[in-house]
Design a protein around this ligand. Structure first.
Ligand code: BEZ
Ligand code: FE
Length: 277
């Protein structure tokens, strides 16, 4: 077939998938082609705009390296990451709600003893975080691992900041027989996502601010349970209702309250894990 028109081209491209023997890939690519074509038609894309889009995606890839993931950031600010999260973890299961992973997780953080300080003397308000890891019925899970990471008070993760050690403000903690965990840190701050790349430029062009409300990241895992990727957000943060990556859920907002003995702040949270499917 030749002489395609806007009316015939989309189905002609979809038809070329007829020999694809992976049914899931076929379904995903069919949807992608149909939606991309519909988008191009809907906005009546000009050739100059199409090429600008190609240059934008090229720059996004070029900005990526071992420690910088501009494509995850792009997915996050466009709400795609939270859409995937909502579709995959949207059904109430009694488990703690999940939220975005973000681009700043690095595996291999040191396993630390309970109550260790992940801030290693970094400036900030001393803060104690503690709680339990439970199953969906409220039974403590022993041996669960909490992988935690956050920014320093300058708003930078260790891998963005040559002044910080690679694993500063990161650590892994294992629950005891009572499911308890505890660690010390500094109060997280709100911070802008990186704006020195193509994602920052498009946010600015769209008239959007780049800020995330203060939070600590957690990946909580235990054998026999679904791994949970989530945050704890600081109550009262001015960006809770306008998070640039749309990741805030009410159930994840906690009080960072003064301890009363002048030692700083404390926040408590019990995580609940769903059994593996
Ligand atoms: C983060 O919280 O580390 C993050 C999440 C999404 C985009 C940028 C940063
Ligand atoms: Fe973060």
């Amino acid at each position: 077939m030749r002489n395609f028109t806007p009316e015939t081209l989309t189905e002609a491209v979809v038809a070329r998938l007829s020999d694809c023997d992976n049914p899931r890939l076929k379904a995903v690519m069919t949807g992608l082609v149909r939606h991309l074509h519909a988008f191009v038609r809907e906005v009546n894309l000009t050739e100059a705009e199409w090429f600008e889009g190609i240059q934008f995606l090229t720059a996004t890839g070029q900005k990526c390296d071992a420690d910088r993931q501009e494509f995850i950031l792009l997915s996050d600010v466009l709400g795609v990451s939270m859409m995937v999260d909502a579709l995959n973890h949207g059904t109430p299961s009694g488990a703690t709600e999940s939220t975005v992973l973000g681009p700043f997780y690095i595996p291999g953080a040191p396993e630390l003893a309970s109550d260790a300080d992940i801030a290693h003397g970094s400036p900030g308000e001393p803060t104690a975080i503690s709680g339990r890891v439970l199953d969906a019925t409220g039974k403590p899970i022993a041996g669960a691992v909490l992988d935690v990471w956050q920014t320093a008070t300058n708003g930078l993760y260790s891998i963005q900041d040559p002044e910080q050690d690679r694993y500063n403000l990161r650590g892994r903690f294992r629950t005891g027989g009572d499911g308890r965990y505890a660690f010390r840190t500094v109060k997280p701050v709100s911070y802008p996502v990186p704006t020195d790349g193509p994602v920052g430029r498009i946010l600015d062009a769209m008239g959007r601010h780049p800020h995330r409300p203060a939070h600590i990241h957690f990946i909580v895992s235990a054998p026999g349970y679904e791994t949970l990727t989530t945050h704890l957000f600081a109550n009262g943060d001015p960006y809770l209702d306008s998070d640039v990556v749309f990741a805030v859920k009410n159930s994840l907002v906690v009080d960072f309250a003064p301890t009363g003995d002048g030692t700083g702040l404390a926040a408590a949270y019990d995580f609940r894990l769903a059994p593996s499917a």
